[in-house]
Design a protein around this ligand. Structure first.
Ligand code: EPZ
Length: 430
């Protein structure tokens, strides 16, 4: 199993190209199940989760062609992938596949809308929490589907003539359930109005792509989304939006190590709340042509309290990284996690580097230390593991991160991007 070795202490200077967003690419790829035409996605990141979903979609009958990668001047790659699902080969998403990647549960929306039925394994819990699917069941039931749980699977069946538009308000904000409702309602008869919808930029990206395919969606990005059902969708060409979590992660890394880095191919407006927190912590962050410039001052980090919330609040997917940054602040900060009940596994690992963190319920109290010391640490989930990389970059000596397959799920060419900016980071394949 690969490990990542980091020798901390170097400031970061240069350009880091930001990839297409994993969490936008996944639902966009799933949307290809809604049409028999070709959906072409540009800026698709090369990540383990994307490759996993390519295999899963293949199982449902999607033909996939990947265009050659071309390296640009700033070191970024663009990858264009064509998805064509002439006919749906299989409406079952088996446990072996869904348990490996939660987002693959979302195929339930397009399969039900296009084929009138789907049998999809329940995903089960995961490292960051129980992650139930009740909101998907309620939402699709509102569109007229019969939903039955049997042997660890959900059997979903649309009424004769297909799903029927309805008004449905989520009792709780869910990104995934909003994606699924957008896809399902696009092919329903009549109009659907979703209340308390997720407002994440990835939801807007999916709505834009569906509209390019012929859907009639308005209000994406607000908490009320209206979808006028259409009888069929066509192909389209769509560019995946930049990864705001990768953007925020590298911005926090620069704030931590010090230095001057331009994050290219990204957009500051995708992560206002996180940028505000990074600025309050003492880094200078500004929008520049085609990206964001971050100037960090390393040793002069100020404590900042954050609370994770659905968009536009502080993203849970940047919580671990921000805690990493706060471990070296001058003073005490608090990080409160409100989205997932068990997203603090990085706390014990950060402690191995010398961080002083105490947990009380959903809040972590972080007492900044003047220095962190490198140590062997273990990645526990995707975002937790990158927080260890950030801390390792600022720690004295060597940090060895094991179980890096978690990182490979969501960070494209991480070692290469950091090394180009002066960090000492290498992958060790055993
Ligand atoms: C998406 O997960 C992201 N994943 C997550 O990123 C992200 O952390 C999360 O949204 C929140 O922003 C992808 O986009 C692939 P939710 P999702 O449904 O859609 C509860 C990463 O690291 N809930 O918005 O699964 C749920 O338990 C990943 O890239 C129900 O109670 O998250 C959670 O507490 C991790 N019932 C809250 O809602 C349901 O039926 C928000 O989850 C569904 C969700």
């Amino acid at each position: 199993m690969d490990r990542i070795r980091i020798v901390g202490g170097n400031a970061l200077n240069g350009i880091i190209p930001i990839s297409g967003a994993k969490n936008a690419a996944l639902p966009l790829m799933i949307a290809s199940l809604l049409t028999s035409d070709t959906l072409t996605l540009e800026n698709v990141p090369h990540l383990a989760d994307v490759e996993g979903l390519i295999r899963i979609l293949g199982n449902h009958g999607v033909d996939i062609a990947v265009n050659g990668r071309r390296e640009h001047q700033d070191g970024s790659y663009s990858r264009t992938v064509h998805f064509t699902c002439r006919t749906v080969a299989d409406t079952t998403a088996p446990y072996e596949l869904v348990s490996k990647m939660r987002a693959s549960f979302w195929v339930i929306g397009p399969l039900l809308a296009r084929e009138g039925q789907a049998r999809v394994s329940l995903p089960g819990g995961c490292a960051i929490g129980t992650r139930p699917v009740d909101l998907f069941i309620e939402g699709l039931t509102a569109l007229g589907a019969e939903m039955e749980i049997d042997g660890g699977y959900i059997n979903a069946k649309a009424p004769k003539g297909g799903l029927i538009g309805a008004r449905y308000t989520f009792p709780k904000v869910s990104v995934g359930a909003t994606h699924v409702m957008l896809m399902a309602a696009s092919l329903a008869r009549g109009t659907t109005v979703i209340g308390n919808a997720a407002r994440e930029p990835e939801v807007v990206d999916l709505a834009n792509c569906l509209n390019a395919m012929g859907a009639k969606i308005s209000g994406a990005g607000t908490s009320t989304i209206t979808i006028e059902g259409v009888t069929s969708l066509s192909g389209a060409r769509h560019r995946v939006l930049p990864d705001r979590i990768e953007t925020g992660t590298y911005a926090m890394a620069v704030a931590m190590t010090g230095g001057d880095v331009t994050l290219s191919g990204t957009d500051i407006t995708l992560l206002d709340t996180a940028i505000e927190a990074i600025r309050r912590a003492g880094a200078e962050v500004s929008a520049v042509d085609g990206g964001i410039r971050v100037i960090g001052h390393g040793d002069a980090i100020r404590p900042v309290d954050i609370v994770t919330e659905p968009f536009p609040g502080f993203p849970t997917d940047l919580q671990a990284q921000f805690m990493g940054l706060m471990t070296r602040a001058h003073g005490v900060s608090h990080v409160t996690e409100t989205i997932f009940e068990n997203r603090f596994m990085h706390v014990q690992e950060l402690a191995r580097l010398g961080a002083k963190i105490t947990l009380s319920g959903q809040t972590a109290r972080i007492e900044g230390v003047t220095r962190l010391r490198g140590a062997p640490v273990m990645a526990t989930d995707l975002r937790a593991s990158v927080s260890l990389v950030i801390a390792g970059l600022a720690a004295e000596g060597e940090t060895m991160v094991s179980r890096v397959y978690h990182l490979d799920r969501g960070f494209e060419r991480l070692e290469e991007k950091l090394t180009r900016c002066g960090a000492i980071v290498e992958r060790i394949s055993d």
